[in-house]
Design a protein. Sequence first.
Length: 220
Amino acid sequence: MSTESPNRRRLIRCRPVIAALAASMIVTGCVTGDRPELEPVPVVDDAAAEVVLDRLARAGSVPFTATYDIIPSATGATTTAVVRQLEDQRRVTIGDVDYRIDNGSIRTCRLGTDECDDFANDALVSDLNLTHRFWSDGIATRLTVDAGRRIGFSEGRTDTIAGRAAACVDVPVLGGSVVYCALDAGVLARYFNADVSIELTSYTDDVDPGAFAADADPGV
């Protein structure tokens, strides 16, 4: 009668673990071996990009109301978005999709319907090639990736967008340059790439607390 070697039994036990973890992290051994290592965070070695990233990092802590025009290249149609933030409350309305964040809890609803999800359902705006975090860390992540894969020198500059000073960077990547701009206050001011353009059309430091009420006009 044949016997199975201890090494083969150990390999069989490892396979399910590897299959479950391979999609999200690098596995350096079995459960009984070395611990898995997460993919490293890209390091940005681009001074012009860092200026814009520094501003975007402020976006999550400032009170504001901002309006954007979003134009996906596939359709050329303009979708209006309104973003409001006041302390622990945020409301991001993109077309007829309304995201409400209050002290960490989030709810996504279709305006004019009873359709709601108790999570950030970004699939509802995927046709616009963005997420509900497009005005802050959603775009910062894209800039970090583009700055890491640029094929030439980025060009930094300043601009005035929606009557506000903004820091901008043009990042050269395969297929052309991607434009990123952020207000000194922190939020996204402009984003142009091959898939979508996002332009800030109005910005104020004032926020109406009543805008976060369930029955408040979303303003789009």
